[in-house]
Design a protein around this ligand. Sequence first.
Ligand SMILES: NC(=O)c1ccc[n+]([C@@H]2O[C@H](COP(=O)([O-])OP(=O)(O)OC[C@H]3O[C@@H](n4cnc5c(N)ncnc54)[C@H](OP(=O)(O)O)[C@@H]3O)[C@@H](O)[C@H]2O)c1
Length: 253
Amino acid sequence: MTNVAFITGATSGFGRAAARRFAREGWALVLAGRRLERLEELARELEGTVPVHVAALDVRDAAAVRAVVDALPPAFRAVTTLVNNAGLALAPEPAPRVALEDWHTMIDTNVTGLVNVTHAVLPLLIETGAGASIVNIGSVAGEWPYPGSHVYGATKAFVKQFSLNLRCDLLKTGVRVTDIAPGAAETEFALVRTRGDRAASDAVYRGTTPLTAEDVADQIVYVATLPPHVAVNRLEIMAQRQAWSPFAVDRDA
Ligand SMILES: NC(=O)c1ccc[n+]([C@@H]2O[C@H](COP(=O)([O-])OP(=O)(O)OC[C@H]3O[C@@H](n4cnc5c(N)ncnc54)[C@H](OP(=O)(O)O)[C@@H]3O)[C@@H](O)[C@H]2O)c1
């Protein structure tokens, strides 16, 4: 039977790279994201190799998520791996200067969207049983605090704990759950975070060697293709040229 990967946020970055990587392994693909034209472009690229189903979807809309899952064609219903990748960071400025709307958008996408998709796809994964996986894309920001991370880091801490908690509840189902927590990776992530400021987003990666989308896609496919009895609970991956800083201390002038 063909393996099926259901990938959210397949229009860019990690999600698009994961789609290409799963296609190399011969997996059928369900590609979801808001920008339909990008999904269709990716489908045209890959459907000569593997079966592809595209779904224009805003993960924040629970009813739309449910409708997309209910409407999956039979060949795509036996989902082997759900990659909960759709997400974003906004507002890198300090918390007192952030618009409440930006905090809401991050929570609605990274937390509510992720649970919407998980809840809808879970019955299909349980039906698949041994060898099935949920791969949630967290972040080092879910583990390590830094200035300007405020709600973004908190949403990724949710992703981490939700992943671990799900493992407990899915113990008897055969479904594995992994929180992959990348550090800085060069995608459209910084462009979204800086609200389209190309100079500011380029500066995030200038003069260093960040992870690529393909580096992260390799890890996604790695955990999804391990033998069914092997579960990676959390996988933190950083560029070699990224590490932690000392604690900040406020001192008298
Ligand atoms: N790049 C990094 O440094 C980094 C590090 C750690 C973790 N992450 C996490 O990795 C994940 C992927 O990010 P990326 O780096 O690949 O960034 P990206 O290139 O900006 O891709 C983000 C993807 O999420 C989708 N998305 C955003 N909001 C959505 C919504 N409401 N509904 C459906 N899809 C939505 C976007 O698709 P549409 O806009 O077409 O909907 C896009 O495909 C995110 O969860 C991010 O938090 C990134």
